[in-house]
Design a protein around this ligand. Structure first.
Ligand code: PMP
Length: 367
């Protein structure tokens, strides 16, 4: 039983700082409309399936050999995709950007060191930090009047106060959705001696005129910009995340990665997807339309949304967010309770999914 397992767990010689911790756990439920982990709802198109299968078929014969430890071709393809005059030696990849973030923390954080983030933000930043023994500081995002706005002065003030070895910014921010002004990134970089990570997992969904922190990389050797193929690229199952930084940063990450951490299959699948970037990214505009529709429609229901540059919307005004979450689930729609009182987060899916969500939400308000 669960309680017997808990008893055994409490007797195990597990690290003291892991006792009582709760694992990352977005529910994976078998529900018709799954809008809780910000995936791309569109299936992989046939054309890309064919390319992926062919790429894996070519690798199959050589699975007796270890993969290219330096994932050279993949790094070249990622550099070409990102542009900004980036070169392959500035790129690094892992099994999801979570692993890339873990590499960063292993190299620049660790026992006796501190990481700072600004809550509410991506829940894995503190989990990955503490998982490898980095002290986590929960920074504040803003004043009471506007809790989701990360102000420049408050950011700099907290960096100067805590002097973190690793600072996390997230733009567009999960779970709030809003992109960050590059002035804040520049000021945060000036304020810290540690590394500054800008998590841009949702960059492809940003509204026009939102520049990426990639533009700030030249001359900033402690700046790291992370991306993922899990969202816009519709490749969450493929597990491929990456970062761009100074080539010396990738040398540092090579010290902590496990050899051959990216399987030949992963490399082949990711490259086949990158070669079809135009096809895969064709869904982005449709998703942004649904995102903007959600913003308009929840506001009309009297539930204030945070402005979003991502493929999800955080909205408030719910007297009992948990009850609404359950009510939506009973109507076949799974959204995310991110633990912010009176708020829920919903991923923008297909038009049909969005309609089901909006209808279910309107109904649930009558419960
Ligand atoms: N960063 C942010 C802000 C995210 O929301 C996510 C996924 N939810 C990730 C990183 C990690 O994604 P993955 O490991 O699939 O690349």
């Amino acid at each position: 039983t669960v309680s017997e397992r808990d008893d055994v767990l409490s007797r195990l010689p597990i690290r003291d700082d892991l006792r009582g911790k709760v694992p990352y756990g977005a529910p994976q439920l078998d529900v018709a409309v799954r809008l809780n982990t910000n995936e791309n709802s569109y299936d992989v198109p046939d054309e890309v399936i064919a390319a992926v299968v062919e790429a894996v078929r070519r690798e199959a014969k050589h699975l007796n050999r270890y993969p290219d430890r330096e994932f050279t071709g993949l790094r070249e393809d990622l550099a070409a995709y990102l542009g900004h005059d980036l070169t392959a030696d500035q790129l690094w990849a892992g099994n999801g950007s979570n692993e890339v973030l873990q590499h960063v923390l292993q190299a620049f954080g660790g026992p006796g060191r501190t990481a700072l983030g600004f809550t509410p933000s991506y829940s894995m930043h503190p989990i990955i930090s503490t998982g490898i023994g980095t002290a986590w500081v929960d920074g504040l995002r803003g004043t009471d009047a506007d809790v989701f706005d990360l102000g420049l002065d408050l950011t700099v003030e907290q960096i100067e106060k805590h002097r973190p070895d690793v600072t996390f910014l997230c733009s567009p921010n999960n779970p709030t959705g809003t992109a960050l002004d590059l002035d804040v990134v520049r000021a945060a970089y000036e304020a810290t001696d540690g590394v500054l990570v800008v998590d841009e997992a949702y960059a492809e969904f940003a509204r026009p005129g939102t520049p990426s922190a990639l533009t700030l990389l030249p001359g900033r050797e402690r700046l790291i910009v992370t991306r993922t193929m899990s969202k816009a690229f519709a490749l969450a199952g493929g597990r491929l995340g990456y970062l761009a930084a100074d080539p010396a940063v990738t040398d540092a990450l090579r010290l902590v990665r496990l050899p051959y951490h990216l399987s030949s299959v992963t490399q082949a699948v990711a490259r086949a997807a990158l070669w079809h970037a135009d096809v895969l990214l064709a869904t982005v505009e449709a998703i942004k339309e649904q995102r903007d529709r959600i913003v308009t429609d929840v506001a009309a229901l009297g539930l204030p949304p945070a402005p979003s540059d991502a493929n999800f919307v955080l909205f408030g005004g719910l007297p009992d967010a948990e009850a609404t979450w359950r009510s939506l689930l009973s109507r076949g729609v799974l959204v995310r309770d991110v633990g912010i009182p009176n708020h829920l987060r919903v991923t923008a899916g297909t038009e049909a999914e969005t309609t089901k969500f909006l209808d279910a939400l309107a109904d649930s308000l009558l419960d």
